[in-house]
Design a protein around this ligand. Structure first.
Ligand SMILES: Cc1cc2nc3c(=O)[nH]c(=O)nc-3n(C[C@H](O)[C@H](O)[C@H](O)COP(=O)(O)OP(=O)(O)OC[C@H]3O[C@@H](n4cnc5c(N)ncnc54)[C@H](O)[C@@H]3O)c2cc1C
Length: 659
């Protein structure tokens, strides 16, 4: 039996280091900021744009900017702000993310002092709305191959920005269809007849009245599945003249005579370094996906605690949904994964804040680790959101399908999170690439990953960089006795060992297959990688599972309150064992679990569900989502909504159950 939980203590643990930012949002974002169900696209866009400018100055994602430009130099706080906005309205969060994360973030990270002084104040205050125009119709994942060109002319000291064909138009661009006045445009830089790879320019696209500027063609991306309040559009440039000083030139400069210089010689490496500085967007999308998942779980759990369906012969009331094992099987493992990802995200935000929050030079190695972790957790959190929100919709039956109960918009609005800020499958390959190269300074496009010789010679040991509690995790693993069947499946050391072992084994296997491929398919580097792609993705998934578990374990270790700690520990068991249960096939195939132990895990999971059932409500209340933010009709106290009758009494009459 778990002890009674003091909810305030659980909330303190989950709110973590940015509790003040979370509380400020909870306090100030009232019903005005909530989604309006059933509005048209135009109404949604108008409302979201207005709300963005009405966000109180101390809230929102602009906090990442330096104080001198109106921010508060709080990178971590800006990510937490995006999580909070996501629980209020996902269109508002994405619109804010485009303005302050993508557009403003690119000006800050890729520009230099003169760009900052000229534009950041207006960007932070929302006086100038802008776009982040990278993706083209023809290239979304492989953005190194963008076709838009920006060619320097020393005579006029301007760049010529041009869209050579339809597939090179900028597509899906947030803020483009309606509000953007400027755009950070990514294009191939050409000067003195030489290409220097993709760079970014700050380009005005509309005049003060909102009309497109000469040479700029703007289209609307049209109706879409969700995020109605965000104006996604298309941009085409017909030989637009861009002054030389509008090149965001932190990583590459063009002198008046057209001479190119850069602190990073290699084009590819420079480009990936530029992209790396924009990692904040990926971290906030992952966090926002988890925030939306928490809203959906809160709705489904609370509904399952009031909704009854079917009676039993021995009870005088119908059964609560949450008392069914099948319902617990849906909700609790998803909740446990949400908790695990919460701790992993907290750790990631802390790392982001350390690596990018200071004034000093960025530690290259830590930056690479950060990029890999951000990519992996973005994929894990957004896929988890898509699956879990759908499950929560089903868990609320027909009611879950009605807009007034919030779940349809959570589903529609988070759907694309698996695609933007990097397609998840492509991101997992980035994670795997980091593991295979041991964070070596290897850059290149993701499809080919370099030459076969690179694979044969340079693939090395797995880099067991660890999450926070390094020594604790090593201690727990080394305390596990030699024979698995002597250890309880709830032994934390055993769970950690199993996760680590699976990752190592998968990585070894992928390396072996790549080496074999390199030996037999020498002249076909594409085939070498493509034939192993499923295996490589499995390595990345196993890696993310491991770092997530380790972050959860570290979070529990930091929890002082014993009752909360015990509850989290049980939730962590459920997370670890659910992952093992889901991957049971692999563990059995590889002799890592005996059939008997595999069956035992299923019954231990069922036991955990029983233990945690009384705490289901506490677990979602720990997220501290204000009732108004849930914006969900089925959770409002309305007499008559839930049946209060018993089944037939002995005389065959219906009876009202006293409140
Ligand atoms: C609503 C919305 C808003 C957006 N906002 C912006 C914005 O503001 N600015 C901006 O620049 N962009 C924006 N985007 C674009 C977004 O970033 C891209 O859509 C995304 O990067 C994916 O690119 P793609 O659409 O070309 O998909 P593709 O790259 O064509 O991917 C399609 C499929 O192919 C698979 N695939 C691709 N490459 C590989 C590979 N090597 N191996 C295996 N599978 C592969 C993918 O997994 C995916 O399933 C937005 C998109 C949407 C939908």
């Amino acid at each position: 039996m778990l002890d009674h939980i003091d909810l305030a203590r659980l909330r303190d643990v989950l709110d973590g280091p940015w509790a003040a930012v979370r509380n400020a949002h909870r306090e100030h974002l009232d019903a005005r900021f909530l989604p309006v169900y059933g509005e048209t696209g135009d109404q949604a866009r108008e409302r979201i744009t207005r709300l963005l400018t009405e966000l109180p100055a101390e809230l929102g994602m602009a906090s990442a900017f330096p104080t001198e430009y109106g921010g508060s130099s709080d990178v971590g706080g800006s990510i937490i702000a995006s999580e909070m906005l996501a629980q209020v309205d996902l269109s508002l969060m994405v619109k804010a993310g485009v303005q302050w994360g993508l557009f403003g973030g690119a000006v800050a990270a890729l520009g230099t002092r003169r760009h900052h002084d000229a534009y950041l104040r207006d960007i932070v205050s929302g006086t100038v709305f802008g776009c982040f125009a990278m993706t083209e119709t023809g290239h979304g994942s492989d953005v190194q191959q963008l076709r838009t060109t920006c060619t320097y002319d020393p005579q006029t000291q301007t760049f010529d920005l041009h869209t050579p064909h339809e597939a090179a138009r900028k597509d899906y661009i947030g803020n483009a269809a309606r509000d953007g006045r400027m755009a950070v445009v990514f294009a191939q830089l050409i000067t003195n007849g030489r290409r220097h790879g993709v760079h970014a320019w700050l380009v005005p696209i509309r005049d003060a009245q909102g009309n497109p500027l000469p040479g700029v063609r703007i289209g609307d991306a049209g109706p879409k599945a969700g995020l109605l309040g965000v104006d996604n559009g298309r941009l085409t440039f017909d030989h637009v003249q861009v002054p030389r000083d509008m090149l965001l030139d932190r990583y590459g400069q063009v002198a008046p005579d057209g001479t190119y210089s850069s602190p990073i010689e290699n084009d590819s490496r420079r480009f990936f370094t530029m992209l790396g500085t924009l990692v904040r967007g990926r971290v906030s999308v992952g966090g926002a996906a988890s925030a939306a998942t928490k809203s959906a779980l809160t709705i489904a759990v609370r509904y399952g605690d009031i909704r009854r369906q079917f009676g039993t012969p021995d009870a005088d009331r119908e059964v609560l949904l949450n008392d069914y094992l099948a319902h617990q099987r849906k909700l609790l493992p998803a909740l446990a994964t949400t908790y695990a990802l919460h701790f992993a995200q907290t750790e990631l935000v802390a790392a982001l804040s350390e690596v990018q929050g200071g004034d000093g030079p960025v530690d290259e190695h830590r930056q690479r680790e950060l990029e890999s972790r951000a990519a992996g957790l973005k994929a894990a959190q957004t896929w988890h959101a898509t699956r879990t929100i759908q499950m929560c919709r089903e868990a609320c039956g027909g009611a879950g399908y009605l807009s007034e109960n919030r779940l349809p918009s959570l589903k529609a609005d988070t759907d694309v999170f698996t695609t933007f800020e990097g397609d998840n499958t492509v991101l997992l390959q980035l994670v795997a690439k980091g593991l295979l190269t041991g964070y070596r300074d290897e850059f290149g496009s993701l499809d080919g990953w370099g030459r076969a010789s690179f694979v044969a010679e340079q693939v090395r040991e797995m880099v067991l960089e660890r999450t926070a509690a390094r020594s604790l995790i090593e201690r727990l693993i080394s305390a596990v006795p030699g024979r698995d069947d002597e250890v309880a499946v709830t032994d934390r050391g055993w769970q950690l060992k199993v996760f680590e072992d699976r990752e190592k084994h998968l990585l070894d296997g992928a390396v072996r297959r790549l080496r074999n491929g390199a030996a037999t398919k020498k002249d076909h580097p594409f085939d070498i990688f493509n034939d192993v792609q499923d295996h490589v993705l499995a390595v990345a998934a196993a890696h993310i599972d491991r770092v997530t578990l380790e972050a959860f374990v570290a979070g529990i270790e930091d929890t002082a309150d014993t009752a909360v700690r015990a509850l989290l520990s049980r939730v962590c068991d459920l997370y670890a064992l659910s992952v093992i249960e889901t991957n049971k096939g692999w563990f059995l195939e590889h002799g890592r679990l005996t059939p008997a132990r595999s069956k035992a895990i299923t019954s231990v999971v069922n036991g955990l569900l029983k233990d945690l059932r009384p705490h289901l409500r506490t677990l979602v209340d720990g997220f501290a989502i204000p009732d108004t933010w849930l914006h969900c009709a089925i959770l409002r106290e309305e007499p008559g909504r839930q049946d209060t009758m018993t089944a037939h009494d002995a005389a065959g009459d219906w009876q009202v159950v006293p409140a």
